[in-house]
Design a protein around this ligand. Structure first.
Ligand code: C2E
Ligand code: CA
Ligand code: CA
Length: 557
């Protein structure tokens, strides 16, 4: 009965002598390994993948020595033409002191395949099958480690398709997706086997190119990618034209870690876009950024991120009439140990050009929402937080994802978050800006135009874009009420906003006279030193606890 039970079992069942020679093999074992000759007398290890034979012998010896079952995962060859199977083998010492063993093996190939598949899904982009951001980070770290050891450099290219958005918006996502698939197949053709091509979002690709460090090498590879993207794409019955802008950073000249390299490749890519698209720009710290670009400050910035030198202050925004706090604007601070505070007007423009703004901005957004939640729980009423969003961050493919994460992570409501963008952000590519804004408003998040009046102040966009709030720049407030011109500008902005059903926040209000002037013209909100300076979250919590609004009076009679 035992024998027929073993024969019936779907598993491998073998009896072995102490040397691992097969004394008995169940029919299933014979079928599975497709044995043409008798297995009896042969060694079990011969059926096993050569690299795993020692491990098998060790497991058998262990089972005999300890008289405890010993388990091992092995690959078994099933016939010459057949694939390897993954087996989970358990070996037991036979009762008595014959020195014999019993081994039972279960086919776990399908489980193993699922595991491999899951791992692939977590590290690859579903659309193109290319490595995703997570795997890219891994490979970049490895490339850095390897380059450090070998002394051979490598380069990182950030590639962005020009004109992809038009295809996606105009012809729909299925066409956009198909285009991305064909484009990535073309890119692979332009690269060498040792290069890594990853897709990290929408139409953004990153390429790691080992050994490509001379400008001739870089030009060659990038030139090939760019020309491949320029040939028309025949996709779903459409003939489509896109191009590629590429930015390159070289290890170690342009960065010695993966964050710096990626940020610099990205900055160079933006420059390629500015210089007319369809071209390749190699990072050059002297050309990127403003004339007053400060190299030592920039180097210190990367370090400062790692050292946690950035933090956030919050400035109250109050109701002009009641002076009750409605919300807070988040203001970023950088305290350099031993050197003091660096004003944001100095470090934000640099972060804009070297790409760090994406990292800093993402942190500021998430941290602001989380912080707001703690403010609300002390104030016991819904407040809002108003976060500055830089133009570059606003256009980033992952921005909406980040927005969702910030809201989900903190548990605040969408309408408790306000994003401050500038007129410049809107005017660079109004079509794209409009599309992003609608997606933001769909999440109930409101948009404020910061520093209003200092940029284009286009009346057309005020009508067209979903803007909830205008923030009058401090420049127009500071000489109120004396300056007739500033008074006229403030009057005009306030009346315009009322007619367009927008609220107005007056920034930089320092005196009671300014406050009075604005109040008389129905300005809804005030922000300035008069009603509250930027302060630490701790001070905000103390303030909110102290000015807790008393419960509404209840008639006790
Ligand atoms: P902003 O968005 O216009 O911020 C308002 C600025 O006015 C802040 O300067 C604030 O401290 C200052 N301020 C507020 N009330 C008064 C007042 O009554 N009198 C005077 N004299 N100043 C007042 P700050 O903190 O130096 O920030 C400067 C700029 O840096 C901000 O201008 C904003 O454009 C940028 N910034 C700050 N934090 C961030 C951030 O997290 N992300 C981005 N992208 N930009 C930021
Ligand atoms: Ca602002
Ligand atoms: Ca402002």
């Amino acid at each position: 009965m035992l024998a027929s039970l073993m024969e019936a079992a779907g598993d491998i069942v073998v009896r072995l002598n102490h040397q691992g020679q097969i004394l008995y093999a169940s029919q299933r074992t014979i079928d599975l390994v497709n044995a043409r000759r008798d297995l009896i007398g042969g060694a079990l290890s011969e059926l096993v993948c050569a690299t795993e034979r020692d491990a098998l012998q060790a497991a058998l010896a262990d089972a005999l020595a300890t008289r405890q079952p010993s388990r091992i995962k092995l690959r078994i060859k099933a016939g010459d033409a057949l694939p390897w199977f993954d087996f989970q083998l358990s070996a037991y010492a036979a009762p008595g002191d014959s020195g014999e063993l019993l081994a039972v093996g279960r086919d776990v190939s399908s489980m193993h395949a699922t595991e491999v598949h899951l791992r692939h899904l977590a590290t690859h982009d579903g659309l193109t099958g290319l490595p995703n951001r997570a795997l890219l980070s891994d490979r970049l770290r490895m490339a850095v480690a390897q380059a450090r050891r070998s002394g051979h450099g490598f380069s990182v290219a950030a590639l962005d398709l020009d004109g992809f958005k038009k295809v996606n918006d105009g012809l729909g996502h299925p066409t956009g997706d198909a285009l991305l698939r064909v484009a990535s197949a073309r890119l692979i053709k332009a690269l060498r086997n040792s290069d890594t091509l990853a897709r990290i979002g929408g139409d953004e690709f990153v390429i790691i190119m080992p050994g490509a460090v001379s400008s001739a090498d870089i030009k060659l590879v990038c030139g090939r990618m760019i020309s491949m993207m320029q040939a028309p794409f025949e996709v779903q019955g459409h003939t489509l034209h896109v191009s590629a802008s590429v930015g390159v950073a070289v290890y170690p000249e342009h960065g010695e870690d993966e964050v710096t390299l990626l940020a610099h490749a990205d900055a160079a890519m933006y420059r390629a876009k500015e210089t007319g698209k369809a071209c390749c720009v190699v990072y050059d710290s002297t050309r990127i950024g403003q004339p007053e670009h400060d190299l030592s400050l920039e180097a210190a910035m990367f370090q400062a991120v790692t050292n946690g030198e950035f933090f956030l202050d919050f400035q109250p925004i109050v109701d002009a009439r009641s002076r009750q706090i409605q919300g807070f604007e988040t203001l970023m601070r950088w305290l350099r140990p031993g050197l003091g505070l660096v004003p944001p007007s100095r470090f934000i423009p640099i972060a804009e050009t070297n790409g760090l703004i994406n990292l800093l901005g993402a942190w500021a957004l998430k941290a602001s929402c989380v912080q707001l939640k703690s403010f609300q729980s002390v104030a016991k009423r819904p407040l809002y937080v108003s976060v500055n969003v830089s133009p570059r961050q606003f256009r980033q493919a992952q921005f909406l994802e980040l927005l969702d994460q910030a809201i989900a992570l903190s548990g605040i409501a969408g309408d408790q978050l306000l994003l401050e963008i500038t007129e410049g952000t809107l005017m660079t590519d109004p079509l794209q800006a409009e599309a992003i804004m609608h997606k933001i408003v769909a999440r109930k998040v409101r948009i404020a135009i910061d520093d209003f009046g200092t940029g284009y102040s286009s009346l057309a966009y005020l009508k067209r874009f979903p803007i909830a709030i205008l923030k009058i720049d401090r420049a127009f407030i500071k000489d109120l009420p004396g300056s007739e011109k500033d008074a006229a500008i403030c009057n005009a902005i306030l009346s315009l906003a009322h007619h367009l059903q927008m609220s107005v926040v007056a920034e930089g209000v320092e005196t009671e006279q300014q406050h009075q002037f604005l109040l008389e013209r129905q300005c809804s909100y005030i922000q300035g030193y008069l009603t509250g300076k930027p302060m630490s979250p701790h001070s905000v919590l103390e303030l909110l606890a102290a000015t807790g609004i008393p419960a509404r009076p209840v008639c006790a009679a």
